[in-house]
Write a protein that binds this ligand. Structure first.
Ligand SMILES: [Zn+2]
Length: 114
């Protein structure tokens, strides 16, 4: 596995997310300077903002996963499944470079969540 390649993908994605997060947070802070003490008002205030807010939360989560993955590259256990310690398929990592589990474990987790 070419770690450097994955590291570059992760860093590029990280930079992209940080840029989007920044612009969204600018938008949100503009709105929140009004009154968002009541959740209901905030939701009604602007559909766009609540949609943006959801994107914001999702990206925050992704950013954390990317940071975890970058840590793993540093530690040297990148690409290893957190459940079974098996190697994660490289093709899978190319699609989702911050994957924590191999396909087998991922399937088990998804079944349990249902
Ligand atoms: Zn596994």
């Amino acid at each position: 596995m070419n770690l450097k390649e994955f590291q570059e993908i992760l860093l590029a994605r990280k930079a992209e997310i940080e840029k989007i997060l920044y612009s969204i947070s600018q938008d949100i802070s503009e709105i929140s300077s009004c009154d968002i003490k009541e959740d209901g008002d905030f939701a009604v205030a602007s559909m766009d903002t609540s949609r943006e807010f959801n994107v914001y939360i999702k990206l925050k989560e992704e950013l954390k996963e990317i940071e975890d993955a970058l840590e793993k590259i540093k530690r040297g256990d990148y690409g290893i499944c957190e459940m079974c310690d098996d190697y994660i398929n490289e093709e899978r990592l190319k699609i989702k470079p911050f994957a924590k589990y191999c396909i087998k474990c991922r399937t088990i987790i998804e079944k349990e969540q249902r």
